[in-house]
Design a protein around this ligand. Structure first.
Ligand code: AKG
Ligand code: FE2
Length: 200
């Protein structure tokens, strides 16, 4: 495991070994069985290329009415609990007593991407966002505290954990592309990213 700091983000390369990735993936599968992936609608009426679901007290949600946190999956069920192996990652990298209330689960097929954005739907930006990557490599772009300007990119690989906190909590970031076939973790390929957040 090595740690890398890029524009205020702490990137823990290889934080999870293969066995730990498999354990986290089992937890994700349990969540997805109870709360299947769906394609969110954007506020402008488009469809996101990433498929999403959530675990925890809140799920991150998007539709014509905008971005927000909601307490139920679109099928009307409460979100499943955040699996213990995923909560353990938060504890290990943040050391905080405060626990995350949302684990957003993003699934990127080969053609999916996520445009540059800030994570700013939470009430209190003093808490970090922790991101966990599983499966195929994703090209992660990091920008600035305001839109525009130069950016830097890094390939996130299966088992990497990123902490976006402190001065960099509102730094723009996104995923430009996924490298098909770069990991054997997910039998059907693609990339899963988990983001853990304190919502309230
Ligand atoms: O997929 C990633 O690595 C980043 C995901 C992200 O930025 C988000 O869900 O807000
Ligand atoms: Fe984000």
């Amino acid at each position: 495991m090595t740690a890398l700091r890029l524009r205020g983000f702490d990137i823990h390369k290889d934080f999870l070994n293969r066995a730990a990735q498999v354990e986290v993936l089992e937890g994700v599968r349990g969540v997805v069985r109870a709360a299947p992936f769906y394609r969110p609608e954007t506020p402008r009426g488009g469809q996101m290329s990433v498929r999403m679901t959530s675990a925890g007290q809140y799920g991150w949600y998007s539709d014509r009415r905008g971005y927000r946190y909601v307490t139920e999956h679109p099928d009307g069920q409460p979100w499943p609990a955040i699996p213990a192996p995923i909560l353990a990652i938060w504890d290990q990298v943040t050391g905080l007593d405060r626990k995350p209330e949302c684990c957003l689960i993003n699934y990127y097929g080969t053609d999916a991407k996520m445009g540059l954005h800030q994570d700013r739907d939470e009430a209190d930006f003093q808490w970090p966002v922790v991101s966990v990557s599983l499966g195929d490599d994703g090209l992660f772009r990091i920008g600035n505290l305001t839109r525009g300007g130069k950016t830097e990119s890094v390939w996130l690989q299966s088992g990497d954990v990123v902490v976006m906190g402190g001065e960099a909590r509102l730094t723009y970031h996104g995923v430009d592309r996924v490298k098909a076939g770069s990991s054997t973790l997910l039998p059907k390929g693609g990339r899963i990213n988990l983001t853990l957040r304190v919502v309230e």
